[in-house]
Design a protein around this ligand. Structure first.
Ligand code: PEP
Ligand code: MN
Length: 344
């Protein structure tokens, strides 16, 4: 499923030209366009308002493509659906606000539009899950509820505007296997470079489609100019993607996969048995520390462990960041085990 369109609906001409270009791509299923824009600063373009809905309706009449808009309150929902919107989406800032999500959910009760829910700005599943629960409770069935991973606000973005946190999105898929999931490379990247690679990554992770921004004259866009691409460029990007099958019915493939997965399962079992043994030793250390009245953490010892193991990153073929993440998790669990012993 490919949803594409301008970040903001700006003028009749821009809307019609962009939508015609997207229809010409031949692989866009639905138009997106923001008419009310949740901008950080009041000095920014706040969206064209309800008149934009009329231009989207006109674009639908010309191209045959259904359309959706972002909604953040009950009035937005009513105006959009009255105008004939086929889809509404809840943006990242709104997902983070349960009052607004509830208001939108209440306004959607008894309606028939498709509802897309973007992740909130915090990299966890809680508010995203809460939004799905509120919409489900308002009677939106799973086949009309779609998740959109648009990346998360983080202090250091590593080159992304909103770095993707794939495992948070994958956890949502595990929790709600009946919901489709799209990826929004535009808001993840915040620039044109990286859009194709991010879209391909989503395809490789079995996403069901993409949600992307496209503008007939990207450099002149009134919002998110840096991340928008022309319909033609979007068509090229989409044509270059490879959507692989999640599985195939080939006996040799199945046999190879089964053998390798068995190996993985054995290694995982060993890893966790070892971790369990390590925690047992940590508890013994905790007992000795308690008897001698010393703190759980000896900073020099911890520095040595980190330096030693991170220093082996190259030899192990693992990234230093990964080693550090695992070590931190092991260390926190170890501290919890020592704490339990020391306070028993
Ligand atoms: C948008 O899709 O234009 C938008 C505002 O996105 P987000 O809510 O992901 O920031
Ligand atoms: Mn945008």
């Amino acid at each position: 499923m490919i949803v594409a369109g301008p970040c903001s609906v700006e003028s009749r001409e821009q809307t019609l030209a962009t939508c015609r270009g997207l229809a010409a791509c031949g692989c866009v299923d639905m138009i997106r366009g923001g008419v009310w824009k949740p901008r950080t600063y009041p000095s920014c373009f706040q969206g064209i308002g309800e008149i934009g809905l009329r231009w989207l309706v006109e674009a639908k009449e010309q191209t045959g493509l259904p359309f959706g808009v972002e909604v953040a309150n009950g009035r937005h929902v009513e105006a959009s659906l009255d105008a004939g919107a086929d889809m509404v989406w809840i943006g990242a800032r709104t997902t983070g606000n349960p009052f607004s999500v509830q208001e939108v959910a209440d306004a959607l009760r008894g309606t028939h539009a498709l509802v897309l829910v973007k992740n909130g700005q915090m990299p966890d599943t809680a508010l995203w899950t809460g939004a799905v629960e509120r919409l489900s409770a308002a009677g939106i069935p799973p086949e009309r509820l779609v998740l959109v991973h648009r990346g998360f606000s983080q202090a250091s973005g590593g080159g992304y505007r909103n770095p993707p946190v794939w495992h948070v999105a994958l956890e949502m898929r595990r929790r709600f296997p009946e919901l489709k999931m799209l990826c929004d490379p535009s808001h993840i990247c915040g620039c044109r470079e990286g859009l194709a690679a991010t879209a391909q990554k989503a395809a490789d992770l079995s996403y069901d489609g993409l949600f992307m921004e496209s503008h007939i004259r990207p450099d002149e866009a009134l919002s998110d100019a840096g991340q928008q691409i022309t319909p033609q460029r979007l068509g090229e990007l989409l044509a270059g993607l490879r959507w692989r099958r999640e599985t195939v019915d080939v006996p040799q493939f199945e046999a190879d996969m089964e053998r390798l997965r068995l190996e993985i399962d054995q290694i995982d079992a060993q890893l966790f048995s070892l971790l369990s043994r390590r925690m047992g030793i940590a508890e013994n250390i905790g007992r000795i520390k308690r008897e001698n009245d010393v703190t759980i953490l000896q900073r020099r010892r911890w520095d040595e462990i980190v330096e030693h193991i991170v220093g082996r990153a190259g030899e192990l073929g693992l990234s230093p960041e990964f080693i550090r993440t695992i070590l931190d998790a092991v260390h926190m669990e170890s501290i919890a085990h020592q704490n339990a012993v020391m306070n028993s």
